[in-house]
Each structure stands twice: as C-alpha cells, then as structure tokens.
Write a protein that binds this ligand. Sequence first.
Ligand SMILES: NC(=O)c1ccc[n+]([C@@H]2O[C@H](COP(=O)([O-])OP(=O)(O)OC[C@H]3O[C@@H](n4cnc5c(N)ncnc54)[C@H](O)[C@@H]3O)[C@@H](O)[C@H]2O)c1
Length: 251
Amino acid sequence: MVKVIMHGCNGHMGQVITDLIVKDENAQIVAGIDMADCRDNGYPVFTDIKACQVEADVMIDFSSFKATDGVLDYCVERQLPLVLCTTGLTEEQLDKMKECSQKVAILKSANMSLGINTLLKLLQDAAKVLATAGFDMEIVEKHHRLKCDAPSGTALALADSLNEAMDNQYHYVYDRSQVHQQRDDKEIGISAVRGGTIVGDHDVIFAGPDEVITFSHRAYSKAVFGKGAVEAAKYLAGKPAGLYDMQDVIG
Ligand SMILES: NC(=O)c1ccc[n+]([C@@H]2O[C@H](COP(=O)([O-])OP(=O)(O)OC[C@H]3O[C@@H](n4cnc5c(N)ncnc54)[C@H](O)[C@@H]3O)[C@@H](O)[C@H]2O)c1
C-alpha cells in the first residue's frame, strides 16, 4: 500500500486524485495539504506544509508554482519522493528542482497522461521513417477558452520529441500570417485553437506526397492526468534520489 500526501488536495486535480485513490486498493492518501481547507476529504488536511508530519511514501503535487519552493524544501528535508505536476515553474525553480533531485527522487512531467507519454515515444519512430522520406510535420492543439498560454506545453513537448528524433535539425513556426513564403523542409508548424470546454486535443500530422498520417490524442477529462500521477506515485515510492519522468513509468 503506497501512502500518499496530496499537496493541493482541494483543487481540481487534488479532488480527481482523491476520487481515484479511494477506489485504489494499492494506494491511500494519508494527508492533504492546501491553503484552502474547505471540505471533508476523509483524511487530515493541513493548511501549513510544515505542520504536516504524517508518515508517507510519496507526495503528489498539483497546486501552484507559488508553492513549489516550499514543496521542494519539505520533500528534501523529509526525504519524501515527489511527483511534481504543477506547471509554470520559473527557470530558478527548475534549477532548484534539479539540485533537489540529487537529494531525493523527483518525477516531473508537464503532461501526466499515459497516452501522451506513449505518443511521445511512438512519434520518434514515425518521424525517423516519414520525415526522412520527405513528409512535412505539423501539430494542431485545441484547448478550452480559459487557457491563457499558447501553444500548449504538451504541443511543445511533442515538437521536441519529433525534433530530437531528427537530430534537432528542425525549427518551429507558430504563426504563418506574416510569412509570405512556402514552408521550409525543416520546419514544424504548431497551431493553437481555443474554444468552449475542450480539455486537450493534440494532432500530429505527417503530410507527404499523396498521403497523410495523423496521430491524435483526445483528453476527455482531467482524470487522464490523475491516473498518470497515481501510477507515477506508485513507481516513485522507494526510488533513490534522481530526476525521473513519465517515460520511466511507461518503461
Ligand atoms: N502535469 C499535468 O499533467 C497537469 C495536468 C493538470 C493540471 N496541471 C497543473 O497542476 C496545477 C494545479 O491544477 P488544478 O487544475 O488542480 O488547479 P486548482 O487551482 O483547481 O487547484 C490548486 C490547488 O492548490 C492550492 N494552492 C495554491 N497555492 C497553494 C499554496 N501556496 N500552498 C498550498 N496550497 C496551494 C489551491 O488552494 C487549490 O486548492 C496547475 O499548475 C496546473 O497547470 C498539470
């Protein structure tokens, strides 16, 4: 039984994880931490991270970058492996995370979905065959109308995966409205659509002469991120210090 401390337990993702772990016989949330203590979760909730001294095997964090420094210090001090899912970390925080990972196990991924992380691997094989054969690579991502950043971190991760497979020879084009010329052979176009309540759609298009292959991922609910985070927590519990990602979980 993996004992989890849920940081950000009263937010959207904290509640998704709470619901998932209640049904999971191999994991248990032993404590939650959140600046908002607004509901009964069936486990103790601490509004001050330092006050939480409950024994655990791993922490899952879905909160805010504003909390990240405190979360990192806490996990190093308590030697508690950390699944760090919060996005929007500053460069300084990313550096601090790398330093802390020399003292405790940290797993970080901008997208915890097992589907996207499998896609990142599959795309590398596809790119090696298709881009080498002259297929153009384009990414189209769609998200809900409230999302402020574009393109999504996941679209960039997909582009990086394609580019890495092609020895980083490609560059990214985000907006063609000012580019009055044909596309370059070595570009990856990334387009963003915003509207309604779309949770997260990503299409990776390989367009060649007379044929097109599209890899599509659709997230229908935030549960996909929660499931990945719970799998990551089970994987990370008991692991030695180091920086891990979802590719390690997928194996
Ligand atoms: N990696 C992924 O796959 C993935 C998926 C979804 C969301 N996220 C990220 O996870 C984070 C949380 O997402 P959400 O949708 O649950 O947000 P949310 O706003 O619904 O929940 C955040 C929770 O954290 C708490 N919190 C904020 N600052 C805190 C602090 N300083 N100390 C203690 N608690 C604090 C809030 O009270 C809230 O309950 C965001 O950064 C989001 O981008 C990552």
